[in-house]
Design a protein around this ligand. Structure first.
Ligand code: G6P
Length: 611
């Protein structure tokens, strides 16, 4: 992961590059750098740490250059030091390159280049690129790039600028996103559209194997040496979407956006009479005959998206009585998964670029399975390679800790479940209508309750902030959501948190319960309520401090907890969509009390495009 920006036009490049980097800071932020052509010479500036430090270092000295490249890094090969910052240059400082991804054969290339007399100054895989371009350059940077990428193995999105070819940027893409923004007499290159929508909404998405040349004559794209046309798309995201809209952090803004994006995700996908789920993408991709032959579903994802998959397993098995396996993508891809043409694989990914999830998709297809992708980022690699893609429409999610993407993933997984139930004639009309009505009402219910939930979770967070450990418990669907609640708390507040199936506690974990320790107990599943309450009582007897989360009809929770949030009633099956909201807010406020960097937690990145 890492963010790339490039500019070629008539305005001073430096401020545009810095802004582009700030807009992509969530992709990586342990060092940053820029290279700008000034009077025919490359000026390169690097800084370790956040982009603000690079901006400070440059200060007022923004120069006059109108062409340049920039990069924000999340270290993979080589520690976050100034030497390892991008852009990297060749031996003579004539060529500068920024790169995302991993060049797998870099050691081999490095040795070869060293034998040709090149001197390396960093430990990165990227540095082989400028040296390779230097070695191969004859008269044309495009030709050098074509010859260079032919020697690379691995994933890359890269942009090069050179004093040899001073009005030109050359870019290449394979398995790592790269887009070109087309303005009036100016061009922008970026790993993420969010970095350039301030300047233009006309965007070209490069495809695997593309090499693009941007100069005063326009854009030329080739693939395997042949000219290709890539269509320009108009991006209608509003500028506000990339800003905090008055909230102190993107995460809080994104939590508050949840009712709106949930409604957006349902729009056009549920018939007006709430009788049917409409997923034309599914109609087009799969025949009745194929769906009837499916003997299991396999859901593969990472992080929060994996937790959405765990919820889906329970709801699909409960409703459709179809076996569902859920796997972590990094495990699945290497365990020779048992999938074939009768398995339907669902990969879930907010970014659509997570390397392990992409590899899992490919492994599944290689084994003959069809793959549905649930993605948030349009035209992302996973979206493009899947047999069918369903978009979550959560909009740009900037906070590293995923919130609104998760609830929209849940919405879509529920809709997919109902769709399959309807198409396979498993779900009866009345029951389907009831579920769709409940789903349809959820955004308003959550919006109405949000202020109360927020106030209570803020109080709870004040208690939790002083503890080193917290436990989350629940049964069934509540357990799946508890896992997500614990992940949120760990990610952003750095409080150690564990989620347990409530019935499993007494097989070991209960030994860790000490007086006062915070336990968040989820009890929304009516058919498991008595059992859940017994588990809570067991913890209470050991003086744990219990924060309960239940539906408004479950007032019995008041007797066994030290405080309880009562959520608006919905069908038990849909509880996760609503239960996760207090857990997100609890993590947010605990992190806030502890003074953590909420939107950019240490050691984490938004999109993990390397193994
Ligand atoms: C990273 C992010 C998580 C995310 C996970 C999977 O670890 O920090 O928030 O859940 O990647 O990302 P994806 O884009 O595939 O959903």
């Amino acid at each position: 992961m890492c963010g790339i920006i490039g500019y070629l036009g008539y305005r001073k490049a430096m401020p545009i590059l810095l802004e582009g980097l700030f807009a992509q800071e969530y992709r990586g932020y342990d060092s940053a750098g820029v290279a700008v052509l000034e009077d025919g010479t490359l000026r390169v500036e690097h800084s370790v740490g956040k982009i603000a430090l690079l901006e400070q270092k440059i200060g007022d000295n923004i120069g006059e250059g109108v062409i340049g490249i920039g990069h924000t890094r999340w270290a993979t090969h080589g520690r976050p030091t100034e030497d390892n910052c991008h852009p990297h240059t060749d031996c003579h400082g004539n060529i500068a390159v920024v790169h995302n991804g991993i060049i797998e054969n870099y050691l081999e290339l490095r040795e070869w280049l060293q034998n040709q007399g090149h001197t390396f100054t960093s430990q990165t895989d990227t540095e082989v690129l400028p040296h390779l371009l230097e070695e191969l350059y004859q008269t044309d940077l495009y030709q050098a790039m074509s010859d260079a990428v032919a020697r690379l193995r691995g994933a890359y999105a890269c942009v090069a600028v050179s004093s040899f070819d001073p009005r030109r940027l050359v870019a290449a893409r394979k398995d790592s996103p790269l887009v070109i923004g087309v303005g009036e007499g100016e061009y922008f290159l970026a790993s993420d559209i969010a970095a350039l929508i301030r300047y233009t909404r006309n965007v070209i998405i490069l495809e695997n194997g593309d090499i693009a040349v941007v100069d005063d004559h326009g854009i030329k794209i080739t693939n395997q040496g042949q000219p290709v046309q890539r269509k320009m798309v108009y991006v209608d995201w509003d500028k506000e979407a990339a800003e905090k809209a008055g909230f102190p952090h993107f995460m809080l803004k994104e939590i508050h956006e949840q009712p709106a994006v949930m409604a957006k995700t349902m729009r056009g996908r549920i018939s007006d009479d709430l009788e049917q789920v409409l997923l034309p993408e599914m109609d087009a991709a799969f025949s009745d005959e194929f769906l009837k032959g499916v003997n299991k579903l396999v859901i593969v994802a990472c992080g929060t998206s994996y937790h959405a998959g765990l919820v889906a397993k329970q709801s699909i098995e409960r409703l459709l009585r179809l076996p569902v396996e859920v796997d972590i993508a990094s495990e699945y891809r290497y365990r020779k998964p048992l999938v074939d043409e009768h398995a339907l694989v669902v990969v879930v990914s907010q970014s659509g670029e997570t390397a392990d999830t992409l590899a899992a998709l490919r492994e599944s297809q290689y084994n003959g399975a069809k793959v549905i992708a649930i993605c948030n980022v349009m035209d992302s690699s996973i979206a493009r390679e899947a047999d069918c893609v369903l978009y979550t429409w959560a909009g740009v999610e900037i906070a590293v800790a995923s919130t609104k993407a998760y609830v929209t993933q849940l919405m879509l997984l529920y809709m997919l479940t109902f769709y399959l139930g309807q198409r396979l004639q498993i779900l009866s009309g009345d029951y389907l209508h009831h579920l769709l009505q409940e789903l349809d009402e959820l955004p308003d219910k959550i919006a109405a309750q949000l202020p109360t939930i927020e106030e209570t979770t803020r109080e709870w967070a004040e208690y939790i902030k002083d503890y080193d450990d917290a436990f989350f418990i629940g049964r069934g669907l509540d357990h799946s959501v508890a896992l997500e609640g614990a992940l949120k708390l760990k990610e952003i507040s750095y409080i150690h948190a564990e989620a347990y199936a409530a019935g499993e506690l007494k097989h070991g974990t209960i030994a860790l319960i000490e007086p006062g320790i915070p336990v968040i107990a989820l009890a929304t599943q009516q058919f498991l309520l008595e059992k859940s309450i017994s588990n809570i009582v067991e913890l209470k007897a050991r003086d744990a401090h219990i924060f309960g989360i239940a539906f408004e009809q479950t007032q019995s929770m008041a007797k066994v907890t030290d405080g309880c949030i009562y959520l608006p009633q919905t069908d038990d099956l849909l509880a996760p969509i609503i239960t996760v909201v207090p857990l997100q807010l609890l993590a947010y406020y605990a992190a806030d009390y502890r003074g953590c960097e909420i939107d950019q937690p240490r050691n984490l990145a938004k999109s993990v495009t390397v193994e």
